[in-house]
Design a protein around this ligand. Sequence first.
Ligand code: GDP
Length: 372
Amino acid sequence: MEHPENDPNYKGLKVNKGIEMLPSVNPYLKSRKKVQRRHFTPDQYVEGILKGDITILSQAVTLIESSKHEHQVIAQQVIEKCLPYSGKSVRIGITGVPGAGKSTSIDAFGMHLIKAGRKLAVLAIDPSSERSKGSILGDKTRMEDLSREKNAFIRPSPSAGSLGGVARKTRETIILCEAAGFDTIFVETVGVGQSETAVHSMVDFFLLIQLAGTGDELQGIKRGIMEMADGIIINKADGDNIDKARLAMAQFKNALHLFPPTDSGWTPQVLTYSGYYALGIKEIWDMVYEYVTFTKKNGYFDHKRREQSKYWMYESINEALRDSFYNNPIVSASLPDIEQQVLNSEISSFIAAKQMLDMYLASLIGNSTDDI
Ligand code: GDP
């Protein structure tokens, strides 16, 4: 007898015989043909991108994000070929602490712009995704209306690598999106750390989303972030919150007066709005385009783009040098030992660094830092 409960004399509930457990893996899976992802030549990628083919654009962005060398080689060729077709968009950085309403606002801003006939790409830089291995910024599910629009391209933050690496990938993605005909680019980031500087160095206009009614409007915002902002917009100006939002607006305006004049000659604006109820959205975009017209007229728009290109050249050099140093087999073999010597105070950090650099340079060209 399988179960004592099934004894005819047993008065309690009976136990039925279970059914055979189904295999958790489909047994026919092997017989199925593996769907092969198509690989294109760089020219085919470029052709697809220039036609505005979103599937090919997405695949090319995946190559940019890949850490595989062969993918990087193709990606760099695609970027190079797309460069002449890039640069024609307005790039806008959007930042705010978690909960400020970034995704709600981007949804509302995006719908406003799409209704006005624009094509919008939403990208993101989320250094925290390195830890969580999955980015929440730029996630389609957070932008419900926008994600259904054919003129919107939403791409989450590249997740692997250093902030510098992630930022570079986003910048390269901007180039491809512009070549694909997107005339407005959003780069979203969380307003808590270093990533704003990276975003600021790749956008034309930097929008800071703030909240009112928390009692400490001006606290917790790094001065540096406020100084970078071309526009401060106070979200959730709806219902009981309207007065508080207006008060916060006055406080921000006062605080901005204390800052030195901007290089662009533009006076940063402060506005209130509601992303959720789509109130005050038009005013925000009138402000952004007013800035674009103003800075194009006084030459700052192009000047800033050129400065950004210079900045990214140095960033790329720094990143390549760092990679070359840390991936050098001689360096990586000696580093733990030298590090321990520094920890044991047997050697100063300066001497240790010099020894490591000498070792590195000797492995490259047979020179030491003394010869430089
Ligand atoms: P994120 O973390 O910055 O992307 O913020 P979310 O867009 O996810 O918004 C955080 C919360 O604030 C959500 O519960 C939203 O519904 C709410 N929220 C966003 N915008 C508004 C707004 O304009 N008014 C009100 N009342 N709530 C809002």
